[in-house]
Design a protein around this ligand. Sequence first.
Ligand code: PLP
Length: 367
Amino acid sequence: MTYSDGTRVVHAGLPEAEVGDPFLPGPVFAAPYHLDPVAGQVGDNGYGRPDNPTRRRLESAIGELEGGPALTFASGQAAITALLLSVLRTGDTVALPSDGYYTVRSFAESTLRDLGVQSILVPTAGPYPDFSGVRLVLLETPANPGLDVCDIREVSARAHAAGALVAVDNTTATPLGQNPLALGADLVVASGTKALTGHSDVLLGYVSTNDPELLAKIETWRKHTGAVPGAFDAWLAHRSIATLDLRLARQSQNAAAVAALLSGRDDVTGVRWPGLSSDPSYPVASAQMRRIPGVVSFDLGDAQRVARFLAAAELVFAATSFGGVHTTADRRAQWGDDTGPGFVRLSCGIEDTVDLLADLRAALDQA
Ligand SMILES: *Cc1c(COP(=O)(O)O)cnc(C)c1O
């Protein structure tokens, strides 16, 4: 029986029902576990860095949703850097999105460059270069914060023809928005800090791949470098995933209403939401994605106007990050993103749509 998304997230990674046991067992807090005095480690649990049952349950949930075994990390950056450092070697070239998560570019321009790994930057919307000589192509679609998208199937085919591996940062879409492995990517990498867990209280990252060699390599990397999530965070994340379908549905509904509101105002420019039929991302997004995320971007012209807007809005928290149950907005230029001074990334929460629209309208009028 294949179930729909709402059912899949509720059941993902749960153990078999046992009378007297909870549905989702609580976090197992352990550094070492009891060993058998004679046989040593019997079963899965020996030491908490490589082995934790709470983490394994979360990994089986994420793996079910992505369509490939998953390894979780202490943050999205821990997962992305684990992928880059376990795959790339001196003399290699990696293709990165020029408009994606800026910390990845900054890592490429420092640590990777110092290790003799070259990077080329490609805008998510293309055009894509010839990938000959490239070892790994990292895509981020929709790209954060500009929300351009790319055709994963098409770029993967081109990259594979040139002998390159393809990884997709699935943070913004989440595995309910799109499944890059099914679209031809070799690896998925993501921050679970955003919409996947969605309560703005956990840092998490993961890598998922159906290639057993890559999986083993990245698992060894994680064991050696140690950036694992703690048991409590893994449990919080697993608990949160049960509502992913509901949260995304409301976030997406709010984003559609907000994008329509903003597009209709002459004091707001550059409105981007891949679900708007007039958006440049719409043709690929509507064909490739099962749902469109709750993130909308737009421009208010200058930093002062953004500040007035944020001060006036009662339901919009000024905060970096996105994908949570609370509506948040971030003026990305303050963090060094290559965006204009008035560029805002608005992440719609799960508030009632009418309330959110009324608040945004009033705040824009005041700003
Ligand atoms: C936030 C983010 C990351 C980094 O994740 P952390 O959990 O903050 O380390 C990576 N990629 C994208 C697209 C992100 O939005």
